[in-house]
Design a protein around this ligand. Sequence first.
Ligand code: B1M
Length: 222
Amino acid sequence: MEKLFEQLAYCIEFGKINKQSPYPPNMKDQEGAGELTGQLLDQGVSADDILQKALIVGMERVGVKFRENKVFVPQVLMSAKAMDAAMIQLKPHFANNPGSQKGTFIIGTVEGDLHDIGKNLVSMMVEGNGYEVIDLGTNVKAEVFIEAAEKNPKAVIGLSALLTTTMNNMEKITIAIKKHNKNTTVCVGGAPVNQEFCERIGADNYSPDPQGTVEFLNRTVA
Ligand code: B1M
C-alpha cells in the first residue's frame, strides 16, 4: 500500500494525469494519478487516506520546488491537473445524502486569486457533510459573494486565499459582506491565513483545514 501511495504522490509531483497523458515524457504509457487513485479506492483505502498520504504529499513537494524556482507555472499546472483527476474520483466518497441538507455554504477563492485546489477540497468535504454548497469558483469579487448571499440569506460564506497579496482582497471582501449584512457569517482559510488575521479582518471563523470548517458549520448552523 505504501508503494501505491508513493507512486500516486510521484504522479502528482510530476503531473502525470493518466496513462494516456503524454506528459511527462519519461512516464509515457505509465499509469497516472487517475488510475492509481482508482486502484487505491478498489482496495478499500479511504478517500481521506488517499488525500492525506498521497495527494497532499505530492502537492507539497511541488510547492517546495516551485518556491525554490526548480519548477515553473506550466509544471505546477500539470500537477494541478493530475490532482483534479484524482479528486474527481474521491468526490463521491465524500458525498452525502442529498435532501438531508443541514444548511447552505457559499464558497469562492477571492478576487485576484486563481488557486482552487484547496477551495475545491473544502467544498467537497462540506458537501459531503450534508450541506448544500454553492461554489462561485475563483477570482470572485465582493459583489458576487454579496449577490449569492442575498439569494441565500441563511448561508455561511467561505473565502479561500493562497497568496499573501490576495489576503488583502479577503479583508476587503469580508468588510463589504459585513457592511451589507452584519449578520452574515464569514469563514476564511488558505495557506497564508491564520487566526490572528481572521480576527483582524472581522471574519467569524478561521480553519487551517476543511474539517475545521465542517466542525464550525456543525456547531453554528446544523
Ligand atoms: Co501558486 N503559489 N501561484 N499556483 N501555488 C503558491 C500559493 C506559493 C506558496 C508557491 C511558492 O512560492 N511556494 C506562492 C504564493 C507565495 C505568497 O503569496 N507568499 C504562489 C505563487 C507566487 C503563484 C503565482 C503568483 C506564480 C506566478 O505566476 N509567478 C501565480 C498566481 C496566480 C493567481 O492566483 N493569480 C500562481 C499560480 C499557480 C498555478 C496556477 C500554477 C497553480 C494553481 C492551480 C490551481 O489551483 N488550479 C499553483 C499552485 C498549484 C500552487 C501550490 C504549488 C500548491 C497550492 C495547492 O493547491 N496546495 C502553492 C504552494 C503550496 O501551497 N505549497 C502555490 C494544495 C491544497 C490542498 O492546499 O490550497 O493550502 P491549500 O488548501 C488547504 C488549506 O489551506 C485549507 O484546506 C486545504 C486542504 O487542507 N483551505 C481552507 C484552503 N482554503 C480554505 C478555506 C477555508 C478553510 C480551509 O474556509 C473557507
